[in-house]
Design a protein around this ligand. Structure first.
Ligand SMILES: *Cc1c(COP(=O)(O)O)cnc(C)c1O
Length: 230
């Protein structure tokens, strides 16, 4: 099987999982995480129907988004302050924001480009030391502070679950969904209307994320690696 076929297989499984959870399949977007492949891999996924792509490095998202402007590009990696103008120039949605100082820099970069930058706030739900993200107890205050920036729109939350433990992944996804509900309830009606996205679930655990309300699943290996085994 090639990349286009694997993309189609995963996309069909994602839609089926949404239906099985009583959700509209259109409410879950499959983000093809193309960080391990070059432009030819992106082209194959596009041919298979992929429209959303995720990258974790500015050096990758900038040239790929220029070569494939018809796709929607998601930045899912560590944000380095000095790379923010490049990230803002390339990304439709930044999933991995958890520092106010970065948000302020994104706001200025977006103003320079005449855009409003959509972002998600990354939350370290599991509390693992190796994971980035704001602590759950601090998430609401950060969302409010970022939502107050004129050129930044907070669209929701993102998390990475603990690896290798589906029960722990499920708990993290349920935790993120509950936190998003609490935060939304405290936002102004306008900010709450924007705050609809939950980015959670990767190759090994997206099946756990969809019943918990994921609206964006970020799948890399299951699409781009021919040696991936469930
Ligand atoms: C690499 C990556 C993914 C995709 O992981 P797979 O296990 O390859 O599906 C998703 N999210 C983030 C933040 C990543 O860095």
């Amino acid at each position: 099987m090639g990349i286009a076929e694997r993309y189609q297989m995963v996309a069909a499984e994602v839609a089926e999982a949404a239906r099985a959870a009583g959700r509209d399949p259109e409410s879950v977007r499959l983000v093809a995480v193309s960080k391990t492949v070059g432009p030819e891999g992106v082209a194959e996924a596009l041919a298979g129907g992929a429209r959303d792509f995720g990258e974790n490095r500015p050096d990758q998202i900038v040239p790929k988004s220029q070569e494939f402007p018809e796709a929607c590009w998601h930045f899912i990696g560590n944000i380095q302050s000095r790379r923010i103008p490049e990230i803002v120039g390339a990304a439709s949605l930044i999933h991995s924001l958890y520092q106010l100082r970065h948000a302020e820099k994104i706001d200025r970069a977006a103003a320079d480009l005449g855009k409003v930058q959509d972002v998600l706030i990354e939350v370290n739900v599991s509390g693992e030391e190796s994971k980035s993200g704001v602590a759950p107890a601090e998430a609401a205050a950060l969302v409010e502070a970022v939502a107050a920036l004129p050129q930044v729109r907070v669209r929701g939350l993102m998390t990475m679950a603990p690896a290798g433990d589906l029960a722990a992944a499920r708990a993290a996804f349920e935790g993120l969904a509950a936190l998003a509900d609490d935060i939304r309830a405290a936002l102004s009606p306008e900010a709450a209307a924007d705050f609809t996205e939950l980015s959670m679930g990767m190759s090994d655990d997206w099946r756990e994320a969809i019943p918990c309300g994921a609206t964006l699943v970020r799948v890399g290996r299951a699409i781009f690696s021919d040696s991936y085994q469930e």
